[in-house]
Write a new protein. Structure first.
Ligand code: C5P
Ligand code: C5P
Ligand code: ZN
Length: 438
C-alpha cells in the first residue's frame, strides 16, 4: 500500500499543477483530523484548494461539486461510486470504508481493503499521503493517532501505526481507558459516561468515598490520575469497578492503550481530544474543530465550551432512551428516536449504547432519528463478532432506497421518511434470518 501511496501522491501533484483542488471530508473525528492533515499539507505545498465537511456523501453533495477542480475525498466515498462515476473531473480518494462496487475509471483510490492491509483510518491514510509529500509533515502524525482513536481502532496496533506512533513520539501506556487519563480520578469517575457505577457516577462525594475505600488517596489534596497509578492501584481500581458497576461487561474491556499527546503544550489523552473534536464538528462548528486540531490558540476556549454543551446533549439523549420506541429480540434492538434525538447525535448514542455492555456481544444495535424529510440510521455491532451491519443495512436500503455505507461493526444509512415503516419491516425480516455458521 505504501508503494501505491507514492504513485497516488505523484499523480495528485501532476493533476493539480494548474488545477484547483476541492477537498471533501467527513464530519466525525477521523474525518476532521484527516481534513486537518490535508489542509496543512496543501498549504505547505502552496496549492490552491477549498474544503467542505459533510455529514455523509449524499448525491446532492456530488452534484454541487465545482467544475474544473481536482476532487479529493478523504474518509468517505468508497460506497458512493455510482455517483462518483458521473463526475467529469479527476477524483482522488483516501478512504477506509468498505467498497461495494467497481472502481470507476476517473478514480485513483487508496483503501486498505484493496491491499489486504492492517486497518488504517482516514487520518492514518491522509498522514501517509502527507508524509509522502514531505518529511516536514511528520509533525502531523499526532492527528493520525487522534483519528485512529476516534474510529476505535486502537486495540490492534500494526506495523504502520507503530511507525506513525514513532513519528509522533507518542507515549503509549496500558491502563484503564476511562478518559482523560491525565486528570484526577475522582473527576473521571464522577463524570464518566462510559461506565455507570451507582452512587459514584454523578456524585463527587461518592467518587471520593469509592477511591478511599480501595486505598487510592490524595497527594497534596489532589487525586492521582490514571496514568499515575501503579500496577497494584490499577488492579484494585479495576476490581472495584467490576464489583460495583451494574452491567456485565468483562474487565478486559476496561484496559487498553492510552495515547498521550503533547497538545497545546500539555500532555493530553487522545480519547479526550477526539471527544472534543467530535463535539465541535457534530455541533456544526467544523472550522473550530480543524483549528483546534491544528492547535490554533483562538480555538481552544471555543472547543472547551462546545464540548461542555455536547456532553449535556448526550446526557439528555441518553436520558430520553427509556421513552423511545424499541423493537427488541435476542440478537437485535431497533431504537426509533424519531425527533427526540438529533440526526447528528444518533451515531454517537448508538456507539455509547453498543459499548455500554447493557447488551451482549453479537447484538445488533440499530438506531434511527429524523433529519427533516429523511431518516438517519446508525448501526453498531456489540463486540467484534457478529453479522456485518453494513451488509445488513445495504440489503434493506437496496429495497427501500437511500444511501448506505460503513464497516463490519459500524455502519450508517439515510432514507426517505415516508419509507420508515417499510424500512423497519424489511430490517426485521433480515435480522430474523439466523446466521448460519459454515
Ligand atoms: O466514518 P467512520 O469510519 O470514520 O466512523 C466510524 C464510526 O463508528 C466512529 O464514529 C466510531 O466511533 C464508530 N465505531 C463504533 N464501534 C466500532 C468501530 C467504530 O462505534 N467497533
Ligand atoms: O453515521 P454513523 O456514525 O452511524 O456512521 C457509521 C459508519 O458508517 C461511519 O463509518 C460512516 O462514515 C459510515 N456511513 C457511510 N455512509 C452513510 C452513513 C454512514 O459510509 N450514508
Ligand atoms: Zn474513518
Amino acid at each position: 500500500m505504501i508503494k501505491a501511496i507514492k504513485e497516488f501522491a505523484y499523480q495528485f501533484l501532476k493533476e493539480t499543477k494548474n488545477t484547483p483542488i476541492k477537498v471533501i471530508s467527513h464530519h466525525d473525528t477521523d474525518g476532521i483530523t484527516s481534513a486537518s492533515i490535508i489542509t496543512k499539507t496543501l498549504q505547505r505545498l502552496d496549492l490552491e484548494f477549498s474544503l467542505t465537511i459533510v455529514k455523509q456523501l449524499e448525491e446532492s453533495v456530488i452534484k454541487e461539486l465545482p467544475e474544473g477542480h481536482v476532487i479529493l475525498f478523504v474518509d468517505l466515498a468508497s460506497n458512493s461510486f455510482n455517483y462518483i462515476k458521473e463526475i467529469k473531473n479527476k477524483v482522488f480518494i483516501l478512504d477506509h470504508h468498505e467498497i461495494n462496487s467497481e472502481i470507476p475509471e476517473n478514480v485513483s483510490i487508496i483503501n486498505p481493503h484493496l491491499f489486504n492491509e492492517e486497518e488504517i483510518s482516514g487520518a492514518g491514510l491522509a498522514y501517509l499521503f502527507a508524509k509522502e509529500m514531505s518529511e516536514e509533515n511528520t509533525d502531523l502524525a499526532y492527528l493520525a493517532i487522534i483519528g485512529m482513536v476516534g474510529d476505535q481502532m486502537d486495540k490492534n496496533i500494526g506495523k504502520i501505526y507503530n511507525q506513525i506512533l514513532k513519528d509522533a513520539s507518542i507515549e503509549v501506556k496500558k491502563g484503564v481507558t476511562l478518559y482523560p487519563a491525565t486528570r484526577p480520578l475522582n473527576k473521571i469517575l464522577e463524570y464518566s459516561s462510559d461506565i455507570f457505577i451507582p452512587e459514584v457516577t454523578g456524585s463527587s462525594e461518592g467518587s471520593a468515598n469509592f477511591l478511599r475505600d480501595i486505598g487510592i488517596g490524595t497527594i497534596n489534596g489532589q487525586y492521582k490520575s490514571i496514568i499515575d497509578l501503579n500496577e497494584e492501584e490499577t488492579s484494585k481500581l479495576i476490581t472495584a469497578i467490576t464489583v460495583h458497576k451494574t452491567d456485565n461487561g468483562s474487565t478486559e474491556d476496561l484496559i487498553g492503550n492510552i495515547f498521550l499527546i503533547n497538545f497545546f503544550n500539555r500532555l493530553e489523552d487522545a480519547r479526550q481530544i477526539s471527544a472534543m473534536v467530535n463535539a465541535c464538528s457534530r455541533l456544526g462548528e467544523s472550522a473550530v474543530a480543524i483549528s483546534f486540531c491544528l492547535q490554533k490558540r483562538s480555538s481552544k476556549e471555543k472547543a472547551d465550551s462546545i464540548y461542555t454543551k455536547h456532553k449535556q446533549n448526550i446526557v439528555k439523549a441518553l436520558n430520553s432512551l427509556p421513552i423511545l420506541k424499541k423493537i427488541e429480540n435476542d440478537n437485535y434492538v431497533i431504537i426509533n428516536a424519531e425527533d427526540k434525538i438529533k440526526d447528528t447525535l444518533i451515531g454517537t448514542i448508538a456507539s455509547i449504547i453498543s459499548n455500554s455492555k447493557e447488551y451482549t456481544q453479537g447484538k445488533a444495535i440499530i438506531a434511527m432519528a429524523y433529519n427533516e424529510d429523511k431518516i438517519k440510521v446508525s448501526a453498531r455491532m456489540v463486540g467484534k463478532s457478529g453479522r456485518n451491519v453494513r451488509e445488513l443495512l445495504n440489503s434493506v436500503i437496496d429495497i427501500v432506497g437511500g444511501e448506505v455505507g460503513g464497516h463490519h461493526a459500524a455502519a450508517g444509512a439515510l432514507l426517505q421518511k415516508d419509507k420508515e415503516n417499510e424500512f423497519i419491516e424489511e430490517l426485521k425480516k433480515k435480522l430474523e434470518i439466523k446466521l448460519v455458521k459454515v
